[in-house]
Structures are given as C-alpha cells and as structure tokens.
Design a protein around this ligand. Structure first.
Ligand code: ATP
Ligand code: MG
Length: 257
C-alpha cells in the first residue's frame, strides 16, 4: 500500500486586490504518494503553479492544511519551512535559474551542503555522481553561460535531487526546451522515478504527461479529473508513446480540455 508523502485538507488559496478576493484554489483534498510520478494538467490560470507552490511550502495557503509525512507544514514559520524544503524537497522550474558565477558542478553541490548528516566530501561525491548521470561531466567546470539551455536544465534536475529529497516538484520543466532536450529531461525524471524518487510535475504537454502514472486535472482551482496509468516502462517505444497519448487525449477531451 502506497504511503502519502503530501496530503492536503481543504486547501484554499485566495488573493486579495483592491478589496476583491480571487479564489485560486478551493478546498482541495489531495494526496501525493511515495514513488508516484504525478502530473498536474489544466488550462492556463487554473491554479497549477499555485497548487505546486502550496504543496511544497513555497507559498502559504489561505485556509486548510498541507501535511508532509503526517506533520502539518502549512503554518510553519518561514525559517522552519525553508529547513523542510532544504532537507526534503527538490525543485525544477521552467528556467534553470542556475547561479551564474558558479560552475555546473558547484550549482549541483552547493545546495547539497545543507543536507543534514553528510560530510562535504560525501556531498561532493553525490554531486559528481549526479553530474555524470546527467551526462554533464565534460561541462562540469563550465559556467552556465558557457552551456546550452538543455545542459542548464539537466543541471537543474541534478541540483533538485542532490539532497536525496522525498519529493521533486517540477513546474513545466521542459516548457522552454526544444524536443530533443525535452526528451532528455523527461528521460532523467523517469529514471529518477524508476529509482524510487517521487515526482510531481506540472505540464501542458501531453507528450510529457504520458510518463506519469497518475494525472490530475485542475480547473478553476479544483481537481475535476484523475487518470491512473500503468508505470511508464523503461523500454517504451514510439508505438507506446502514441497509444498513451491517444488515451490521455481522449481523457482530456472528456474534460473539455
Ligand atoms: N501573486 C498573485 N496575486 C494575484 N493573483 C495571482 C497571483 N499568483 C497567481 N495569481 C492568479 O491565480 C490564478 C492561477 O495562477 P497560476 O499561476 O497558479 O496558474 P497556472 O495554472 O499555473 O497557469 P499557467 O498554465 O499559465 O502557468 C491566475 O488567475 C493568476 O492570475
Ligand atoms: Mg503555471
């Protein structure tokens, strides 16, 4: 039986501007399970990024609760929340957001030094192994500006897992990439998931979403659809991609996507 890593209870998020309240998320009850590759889809403005930020403690809900492994994190002070994020969560965004004056290796290693219970030498070894796994060894000593967008995003994926996080959150991680780089980043996320890494990714792209074993559909701040899929096989071929895209597209059509 899969264990929930993150659970929400009536999670709501409002924004107030000029006395007008905008309800971005409304009473969301949701669990993300250990080992799952969950994708969140939905129209632009439906609240996908806001949901991801509330689940990961980057934003605070207006009402309701978010629990990480059973403990409430919704009301934590920013300092305590930062510690939870540093120890347990990894993040990948549409842009790599690497530190421009650090090499690719340093970009991966630096957040790793925050991980409790590891020596600096151990962290450097973890970072080096990730750099190699992401195919970045030849570029490890380069600055981000000396590398391509695809290499930078692979570096961002490596950085997101340097702390061996319970969960990796990704907000349209391939949104700024061409198809070849998209395929590489997806392959890395799938590989991480095969090794047991729990992933929660927002995407607009069915081509990306088919890699998940669970897709949630968000509309006007509420989850209105959920699709379970068999785990993506490591030997998936073009025919499987097509079949799975057809299945997901049919499901999305039924939700007026
Ligand atoms: N800081 C903010 N202040 C006010 N409104 C906000 C703020 N952040 C988001 N919103 C509003 O919340 C709604 C949901 O935004 P969100 O970015 O979560 O959508 P999204 O589903 O990620 O969209 P996209 O697919 O375009 O990235 C939008 O209507 C947006 O205008
Ligand atoms: Mg968004």
């Amino acid at each position: 039986m899969k264990q929930p890593v993150i659970q929400t209870e009536r999670l709501s998020k409002n924004y107030a501007a000029d006395g007008v309240q905008t309800h971005v998320l409304s009473n969301i009850d949701l669990a993300l399970y250990d080992g799952d590759f969950t994708v969140i889809m939905g129209p632009s403005g439906s609240g996908k990024s806001t949901l991801l930020y509330c689940l990961s403690g980057m934003d605070t809900p207006t009402a309701g609760d978010v629990r990480f492994r059973g403990s409430s994190i919704a009301g934590l002070r920013e300092r305590d929340m930062a510690e939870v994020r540093a120890q347990h969560f990894g993040f990948v965004f549409q842009q790599a957001h690497l530190v421009s004056n650090l090499t690719l290796f340093e970009n991966v290693a630096v957040p790793g030094y925050l991980k409790a219970g590891r020596t600096s030498a151990e962290t450097r070894a973890v970072a080096q192994a990730l750099i190699e796994r992401m195919g970045l060894a030849p570029d490890a000593r380069h600055l981000p500006s000396q590398t391509s967008g695809g290499q930078q995003q692979r570096c961002a994926v490596a950085r997101s897992v340097v702390n061996d996080p319970a969960l990796v959150f990704a907000d349209e991680p391939t949104g700024a990439l061409n198809r070849a780089n998209t395929l590489e980043v997806l392959a890395l996320l799938v590989e991480l998931n095969e090794r047991g890494q729990t992933i929660c990714m927002v995407t607009h792209d069915v081509f990306c979403a088919v890699r998940a074993n669970r897709i949630l559909y968000l509309e006007d701040g509420a989850i209105v659809g959920e699709l379970e899929l068999p785990t993506w096989p490591s030997d998936a071929d073009a025919a499987l991609v097509k079949a799975r895209e057809a299945q997901v597209n049919a499901w999305l059509s039924s939700l007026s996507w």
